[in-house]
Design a protein around this ligand. Structure first.
Ligand code: UDP
Length: 330
């Protein structure tokens, strides 16, 4: 099979391209390199079954051509990271809503199956934890910029499912919970690469708020395995699935664990939210996936626990910058 991966030069996209090539497929990666980087595709450079095109998902003609040339589409291109979302709300909304419209339209025209990556953010402030796919999405006010990302992604889901219901276009929706692993950048605010860089440099580890907010972190290798499993499964079509890990940790516990695994030199510093983010931010206090639906369909079980994830990220960060004090989170 030849697959199109939009956002192929992103952190998850790069790992997905590697997985598909390892499975023997051909891959066409499309990315405008705005937040992605060719570093994420370095291992595939020059591979005979791999091709890269530099363009935005908003370029309709380019996307149509790419879709026509492939038998299936993984649509990962998106604005990423809470920091970017809050700082660049127009770009966020336009990339997510406009890009998905172009991709869905092209897939419908050429009848190509498409897997859309959505986000756990769509559950918003839902008080019911863990989050199951059939739960309500409880967004915050439109005056709080953070929710623009969640609402745009929720609209993408409605849009994709509308194509399934109205035109029987094969679509699958994957709601990704916090996905981490080697090569993730801390530039857009992601907590684990930031904490690891701070820990390795012996700098203060910056916990926002009181650190009692929690997350569940999944290794990118588990996540891309699940994406491939869903794309390949006929009964996944027209359905929504959570993908992640259900091991919950508070951000304060995470900071302590990173400090201990990186040499124990860093102090843990609590930073009030208003100093960490510009206006328009509101944190989610708990975010835990209910994984029973994907477990039932494809037998998905995460294989990396938090310590295994952290060791992997730390090892990669050390290999990338042996004098770890040169690592930067800015
Ligand atoms: N966070 C933190 N310090 C940092 C970066 C993030 O305490 O340097 C917190 C952030 O406020 C949130 C959690 O870590 O509660 C996860 O943040 P991230 O941006 O990685 O992902 P989110 O789950 O918010 O999309």
């Amino acid at each position: 099979m030849r697959y199109l991966v939009t956002g192929g030069a992103g952190f998850i996209g790069g790992h997905l391209c590697e997985r598909l090539i390892a499975q023997g497929h051909e891959v066409l990666a499309l990315d405008d390199l705005s937040t992605g980087s060719f570093d994420n595709l370095q291992r595939l450079d020059g591979h005979e079954r791999f091709e890269f095109r530099c363009a935005s998902v908003l370029e309709r003609r380019v996307v149509e051509r790419c879709v026509r040339e492939c038998q299936g589409v993984y649509h990962l291109a998106s604005a990423v990271g809470v920091k970017l979302v809050v700082d660049q709300p127009v770009k966020t909304i336009e990339t997510i809503v406009g890009g998905t419209e172009v991709v869905l339209n092209s897939c419908a025209r050429y009848r190509r199956p498409v897997l859309l990556t959505s986000t756990s953010e769509v559950y918003g402030k839902s008080p019911k934890v863990p989050f199951a796919e059939s739960d309500d999405c409880v967004m915050g006010p439109t005056t709080t910029r953070r929710w623009a990302y969640a609402c745009a992604k929720a609209l993408d889901e409605f849009h994709a499912l509308a194509y399934w219901h109205q035109a029987r276009l094969p679509v699958v929706i994957a709601r990704l919970f916090n996905t981490v692993g080697p090569r993730q950048t801390g530039r857009y605010g992601m907590v684990i690469p930031r904490f690891v860089a701070q820990g390795l440099a012996g700098e203060p580890i910056t916990v926002y708020g009181d650190g009692r907010q929690s997350r569940c972190f999944a290794h990118v290798k588990d996540v891309v395995g699940a994406l491939c499993g869903l794309m390949d499964h006929p009964r996944a079509r027209g359905e929504v699935f959570n993908i992640g890990n259900d091991q919950e940790v508070t951000i304060l516990q995470l900071a302590e664990r990173v400090r201990d695994l990186t040499g124990g030199r860093s102090e843990i510093r609590l930073i009030p939210y208003h100093e960490a983010y510009t206006v328009g931010f509101e944190d989610m206090m708990r975010r835990v996936p209910d994984l029973s639906k994907i477990r039932r369909l494809i037998g998905y079980r995460p294989t990396y626990d938090l310590d295994a994830i952290l060791r992997d990220v730390i090892a990669e960060a050390q290999a990338a910058a042996p004098g770890s004090s040169t690592l930067s989170t800015s």
